[in-house]
Design a protein around this ligand. Structure first.
Ligand SMILES: Nc1ncnc2c1ncn2[C@@H]1O[C@H](COP(=O)(O)OP(=O)(O)O)[C@@H](O)[C@H]1O
Ligand SMILES: [Mg+2]
Length: 149
C-alpha cells in the first residue's frame, strides 16, 4: 500500500454550524495524520482555480460564491491510500446518494452545501495541495503507530 497525501477542505457551512471539531474528529479517528492545517478565507481567484474543471457547469458561480462566503479549514492528510480512503469517508457528492455513516451522508442535505471537499486522484491531490499550502506549511511527522498495526 502506498503512503499518500491528500487535500481536504471543510467548507464554510462547517464553521457556521460549529461542527469543525466533529468532522476533524472523524478524520483523525479513521487514522489519517494531519500534516497541514489552516483556517483561511479563500479569495475568488483561488476558488476559481481550485474548481477550474467545473468552469462550464451551471453550478460554478454558486459553488465559488459559497466557498468564498466564509472561512474554511484547509488540510493536508497523510495515510496509506489516503486519497481513495478520504473520498469513501466523505461519501458521494450528492447527499441523497451518500451513505449514512459517511460525512456527507450524516451532515449534508444539499449537493451545493455538501460540507467537505476531498481530492479525487493523485494528480488532483498534488495540484490542490500546491494551490493551498506552501512547502514549509506541511510537516513531516509520524504517529508511531506502525508497531501496533
Ligand atoms: N449538480 C450540482 N449542483 C450543485 N452543486 C454541485 C453539483 N455537482 C457538484 N456540485 C458542487 O461542486 C463540488 C465539486 O463537484 P465534484 O467535483 O463533481 O464533486 P466532489 O466534491 O465530490 O469531488 C461539489 O462538492 C458540490 O459542492
Ligand atoms: Mg471533485
Amino acid at each position: 500500500m502506498a503512503l499518500e497525501r491528500t487535500f481536504a477542505m471543510l467548507k464554510p457551512g462547517v464553521l457556521s454550524r460549529h461542527a469543525v471539531g466533529e468532522i476533524i474528529c472523524r478524520i483523525e479517528r479513521k487514522g489519517f495524520n494531519i500534516v497541514g492545517l489552516k483556517l483561511m478565507r479563500i479569495a475568488r481567484p483561488l476558488a476559481e482555480k481550485h474548481y477550474a474543471e467545473h468552469k462550464a457547469k451551471f453550478f460554478f458561480g454558486e459553488l465559488v460564491d459559497y466557498i468564498t462566503s466564509g472561512p474554511v479549514i484547509a488540510m493536508v492528510l497523510e495515510g496509506e491510500e489516503a486519497i481513495a480512503l478520504l473520498r469513501r469517508l466523505c461519501g458521494s457528492t450528492k447527499p441523497l446518494e451518500a451513505s449514512p455513516g459517511t460525512i456527507r451522508g450524516d451532515y449534508a442535505m444539499h449537493t451545493n452545501f455538501n460540507i467537505i471537499h476531498a481530492s479525487d486522484s493523485p494528480e488532483s491531490a498534488r495540484r490542490e495541495i500546491g494551490l493551498f499550502f506552501a512547502e514549509e506549511e506541511i510537516l513531516d511527522w509520524k504517529d508511531g503507530n506502525d508497531v501496533w498495526i
